[in-house]
Ligand binder design. Structure first.
Ligand SMILES: [Zn+2]
Length: 283
């Protein structure tokens, strides 16, 4: 699945083409993705001007001057194409197969933006902008990990009294939004915290370090163009040419990369997800 950094890079790639532009023509080549398209999808979008393009967790949100917001989730294999180029972090050896282009948006700037999704786990909706924060996809989401509200104090309060493992707690979207398995593993490695540590037992200094490294791993991944994800390559056989260098994720039985550590990266399953960590330096 695309993680937060990939979605962020897609947002940054699309923004110059969308923000301030009017949608002059919208074509839906089918009536459903993962879920049915909203009623009169193309008609409600045609003529609308895009005022802002934001990301919340792993959702893209284009607010329109009609009072609605176009919300898009990329699912597993969703990607946007601007003309023939693909903004954002997904690097495929194979080009997008036009038969999987489900939505096409033409803008007043003369740009054509296509949504292509081979497996169709992605989805879109049109939601009244005023109701967004109460919508089930967004109500109850914790702060953005790159936003100002994600602080050691917030984490301390959210973890307070919890016996749940810190790894599992960091994947709880109510505590922090959009932080996926890969980046939680990497952040815990960098902060030297054992993923099994009860969340409520993490002291203030380590909480502070954790917030810093969560931001670092995400920002580095965004700068590097996101990660290339195994799910994608397996899904349609396209090999990514960019490989983000993870320190622990996907490195089971490999040597720990922390300078001076003689440990080995181990994997175990926590809350149904693989955890990669070094038992020697994560304590
Ligand atoms: Zn180590």
């Amino acid at each position: 699945m695309p993680e937060l950094p990939e979605v962020e890079t897609v947002k940054r790639g699309l923004a110059p083409h969308l923000v301030g532009a009017r949608l002059t023509r919208v074509v839906a080549n089918r009536q459903d993705l993962r879920f049915p398209l909203p009623e009169r999808f193309a008609a409600r979008l045609t003529g609308a001007r895009v005022e802002t393009l934001e990301r919340r967790a792993k959702y893209l949100l284009a607010s329109l001057d009609t009072g609605e917001t176009l919300v898009a989730h990329l699912g597993m294999t969703g990607r946007f194409l601007v003309g023939s180029s693909q903004p954002g972090a997904f690097h495929f050896a194979a080009g997008a197969d036009p038969k999987h282009t489900h939505l096409v948006f033409q803008t007043s700037e003369g740009t054509e933006i296509a949504y292509n999704d081979a497996r169709r786990f992605g989805y879109v909706d049109l939601i009244a902008t005023a109701d967004l924060s109460r919508h089930p996809w967004f109500a109850g989401l914790g702060p953005e990990p790159l936003g100002e509200a994600f602080t050691p104090r917030h984490l301390g309060e959210a973890f307070g009294g919890r016996s749940q493992a810190v790894k599992t707690a960091l994947l709880d979207q109510r505590i922090v939004a959009g932080l996926g398995n890969i980046y939680v593993c990497e952040a815990l490695f960098r902060s030297g915290i054992d993923p099994k540590t009860p969340a409520g037992e993490i002291g203030r200094a380590r909480l502070s370090r954790l917030v810093t490294v969560v931001r670092e791993v995400l920002e580095e991944a965004i700068l590097a163009g996101g990660s290339t994800l195994r799910d994608f390559r397996d899904a349609d056989g396209a090999l990514g040419y960019f490989q983000h260098s993870f320190k622990v994720y996907g490195r089971e039985d490999g040597p720990c990369l922390k300078p001076g550590c003689q440990g080995v990266v181990r994997r175990f399953v926590q809350g149904g997800r693989s955890t990669f960590f070094c038992a020697t330096c994560q304590t």
